[in-house]
Design a protein around this ligand. Structure first.
Ligand code: HEC
Length: 163
């Protein structure tokens, strides 16, 4: 019995690996350009070493992200997975409202990529093939039906929305 089960697990695992995108960590030149931008614009909060311990950090709550941890809040990837390059570019461009993380609309696409490749270089996991993740596919919303209204009515009551 164990043979076929083990085999199918191995097949599933290799299929998942084959589907995973290749690590996207940029070139030396891109990371070097990103480093220059980072040291001028980001290091005072995120620290020269990317550990979240910049000179402003003791005064900030939430604290600046520690990039060496490889943990990020705003991602399109599954829970526990690393963000994509696009995810990081989006958050740097938009900032994080109600925190000290500013928006950076002044950077063009290339500067954003350079910055993000440098940020990624603080956590080794970004270069590992097995840690790459695809964005999750969000299915379209269920269409309106009598049944869905009934379900909503029940949830509305069960969760105490009326209160
Ligand atoms: C004034 C301080 C400050 C500066 C300057 C700053 N950040 Fe941040 N950044 C923060 C804080 C604070 C957070 C965490 C917010 C939170 O946890 O909700 C953060 C979070 C982030 C995140 C994590 C997003 C996520 O999904 O978890 C990234 C990436 C980031 N910053 C990149 C940058 C880059 C690149 C620069 C420079 C262009 C920069 N930051 C400059 C304060 C700063």
């Amino acid at each position: 019995m164990r043979g076929p089960v083990t085999l199918s697990l191995v097949l599933a695992a290799s299929a998942a690996l084959a589907a995973a995108p290749a690590p996207d960590v940029g070139t030396d030149a891109q990371r070097e350009a990103g480093k220059k931008l980072y040291e001028v614009n980001c290091a005072q909060c995120h620290g020269e070493k990317g550990d979240g311990e910049g000179i402003a950090a003791p005064f900030l709550l939430p604290k600046p992200r520690d990039f060496t941890s490889g943990k990020f809040k705003i991602r399109t990837t599954p829970s526990g997975a690393l963000p994509t390059t696009q995810d990081l570019k989006r958050i740097v461009r938009a900032g994080m409202p109600y925190t000290a993380m500013p928006a950076w609309p002044q950077f063009n696409e290339q500067q954003l990529s350079d910055l993000v490749y440098y940020v990624k270089s603080f956590a080794l996991d970004f270069a590992k093939a097995e840690r790459q993740a695809e964005p999750i596919q969000i299915p379209s919303a269920p269409s309106l039906s009598k049944d869905s209204i009934e379900k909503g009515k029940k949830l509305y009551a069960d969760l105490g929305c009326a209160r």
